[in-house]
Design a protein around this ligand. Structure first.
Ligand code: SF4
Length: 370
């Protein structure tokens, strides 16, 4: 098993909170970029060996900004170079205002069978504050349009803890997603990342960060509403109807190997090797041979820490039997205090976060690390 991630680093405009690698005003780069992606895939195809590709994720940036003809060319090359499983999960990220009937027609002629839509909120004043390009109504229409086109495997992203967002506003956001009956929901607390416009707005006192107690309430409301709607809370930030988990993201949390293509994309061999492509569109497009990248080999200690960090975020938790006996002893010693308070619990052979501990998961995970 193996996954592929392809990064499309183009955005029409920049959202105030975003620190992902992407460029705007990039129309003239797109064709050359897809050529470069195809070159990188040809150059590195052997890294997949003869493994079957079970999941393909096209993320960004804004992949839906790529003209359909270029997206089709890219997908044709993926198909030619890699053994895509018949039941592969193939996801493309999209902004709601890009999801037009023509775009959907083109996308559905490729192996894409899942869409991940960045909605963030349905409240227009908040969308304007975030400098999102769409309105709440456009987001609803985009979901309907996907369904009418026969694309039912839809994931929606929401953000909570936005400046000025009340608990009622958040409740109505979650309600709208649930009414749309999408089978997957990802919800993240707003982060203030250094260097973003949002960060400087806060520095200037122009926006106020949501209090921790409000964020906890929002998270609790979300979890309750999603559960009542029949969704399982399978990872701290992710909810899905039965059988509709994101297979691609789940593979990141369970140490399945993946290949990442495009500037800023990461790869992992499933054991100790991590590789990351450098940022920088021009250097990527102009590279001859392999693209600029870095590589590291994880020590056993780093591998243990990553396993703790990723597995504990999932509802299945950390299986203690995948650790060495020294690691298991260390982990259980560090876990004692949290087991006593009920923030960690044993479930079968695994150590799991209890629901109330999700909001302090970072602290717990750090304490369990070596
Ligand atoms: S569209 Fe997505 S990647 Fe682009 S700036 Fe906004 S959040 Fe970032």
């Amino acid at each position: 098993m193996c996954g592929i991630y392809i990064h499309i680093p183009f955005c029409r405009s920049r959202c105030v909170y975003c620190d992902f690698y992407s460029v705007t005003q990039s129309g003239q780069w797109m064709e050359a970029y897809v050529d470069a992606l195809c070159r990188e895939m040809r150059c590195r195809r052997d890294e997949a060996g003869c493994r079957t590709i079970n999941t393909l994720y096209i993320g960004g940036g804004t992949p839906s900004q790529l003209p359909p003809a270029l997206m089709c060319r890219l997908m044709a090359e993926v198909n030619r170079l890699f053994a895509l499983a018949e039941d592969a999960e193939v996801t493309v990220e999209a902004n709601p205002d890009d999801v037009t009937p023509a775009w959907l027609d083109a996308i559905l002629a490729t192996p894409v069978n899942r869409i991940s839509m960045g909605v963030q909120t349905f409240h227009d004043p908040l969308l304007r504050l975030l400098r999102r390009r769409h309105t709440g109504l456009q987001a609803q229409d985009a979901v309907t349009r996907c369904r009418e086109a026969g694309l039912h495997n839809i994931s929606v992203d929401l953000i909570f803890g936005l400046p000025g967002q009340t608990l009622d506003m958040w409740r109505s956001d979650v309600e709208q997603v649930l009414q749309c009956q999408v089978p997957h929901l990802s919800a993240y607390a707003l982060q203030y990342e250094a260097g973003t416009r949002l960060w400087s707005l806060r520095e200037q006192g122009l926006v106020e960060e949501a209090s921790e107690s409000l964020s906890v309430e929002m998270f609790t409301v979300l979890t309750q509403m999603a559960r009542q709607a029949g969704m399982e809370h399978y990872e701290i930030s992710n909810y899905a109807m039965p059988g509709m988990r994101s297979r691609h993201n789940s593979s990141y949390w369970t140490q399945v190997p993946y290949l990442g293509f495009g500037p800023g994309a990461h790869s992992y061999d499933g054991d100790r090797m991590r590789r990351w492509n450098e940022h920088g569109l021009r250097a990527y497009v102009e590279a001859i041979g392999d693209v600029p990248h870095g590589k590291e080999y994880l020590t056993q200690e780093q591998k243990y820490n990553e396993t703790v960090m990723t597995r504990l975020r999932t509802c299945e938790g950390l299986p203690l039997d995948i650790l060495s006996s020294d690691e298991r002893n260390h982990c259980l010693r560090a876990a004692q205090a949290y087991l006593r308070t009920g923030n960690l619990v044993h479930r079968g052979q695994s150590l799991c976060l209890s629901e109330r501990a999700f909001f302090i998961s970072d602290t717990i995970i750090c304490d369990l690390m070596q």
